[in-house]
Design a protein around this ligand. Sequence first.
Ligand SMILES: *Cc1c(COP(=O)(O)O)cnc(C)c1O
Length: 383
Amino acid sequence: MKVPLFDMTRQYEKIRTEVLNTIDEIFKSGKVVLGKHVKNLEENIEKYMNVKNAIGVANGSDALVIAVKALNLNPGDYVITTPYTFFATASCIVRNGLTPIFVDIEEKYYNIDLNEVERILKTHPQKEKIKAIIPVHLFGKTVDMKKLLELKEKYNLKVIEDTAQAIGAVWYDGDKKIYAGTASEFGTISFFPTKNLGGYGDGGMIVSNNDELSQKAKYLRVHGASKKYYHDEVGFNSRLDEVQAAILDIKLKQLDEYIEKRINVAKIYKKLFTENGLNEYIEYPEVFKDRTHVYHQYVITLKSGNRDELFKHLKENEIGTSIYYPKGLHLQKCFEDLGYKEGDFPITEKACKTTIALPIFPELTEKEQEHVVKTIKNYFKGE
Ligand SMILES: *Cc1c(COP(=O)(O)O)cnc(C)c1O
């Protein structure tokens, strides 16, 4: 049996007529960028995430670059982030002429280690120049935002939550439900096709409760123009197109259902690993009561065995798999001049060698999951 890591065609079958009718309407109208569908999507995301402002942009990487730029930091300033994430989380800092400071992740949960962040904030030789932090809700798992907001307050930091993998994830402050991405200066979202709310091409969004910063981001997406052809500063061209916005709006109505299904897939994996006696070999993603995991990726950690061999074994058996991420950002060639070296972030480096992603998407069947788990069992136990 062939099991894909991700398959968007199954979902398409269910929304095909609605999507095709909408596209036809857009093409007939002749309005294809930043029109009513982008506006509708922005408004619906504002409602969904309970946030004041949503600004559609071309992709999640641009959302980050624009958000950093809107913070108006000074050349020479530092921004803290994690080395265990997609490249765009750190490149947005460099692309704005600022310097990243990487901080290792927490064991098991793989989000940035906030104790370590505080240690750096206290001891870094240039600590007064650390102005912002970009945490990532990695794989869909919400960062400990209560603790992060305490640090924000105490050290006067700007925060951009990289929410590319976590739209729909929430955390609780008492009874109050707060969406990942909405408690800081900015949250940034990606609509890349594989993401939990994925388009049929690129797309992204910036969310914020700060009106002034939102206005700034809005100008920056159209070359820094507050009025057409009147440029207050040099910005970007980063438009979300109407077709993507319209499709995303159709899918947004079902996002909670998609997330529910992903959570169920995760539950079934856990059940199957246990039934198959695999818990001594692998560690599956843990969740907390007061913050959710929307399972953009289902990433397990090997307690024993060889990850690369398991990877090969799964590939040979036609099971979709991937490594997020094989190399920490601190060791990437393009960041050589930052001066990091092997051994600087042991938890990240260990995660790069011991984690592996398994198939997950809302339409994955239990039969397929059984096959995935059997194939893993076959690797560990030879049965
Ligand atoms: C996908 C992703 C991005 C970038 O989004 P694009 O839409 O692909 O540009 C940024 N950060 C993280 C953590 C991501 O997973």
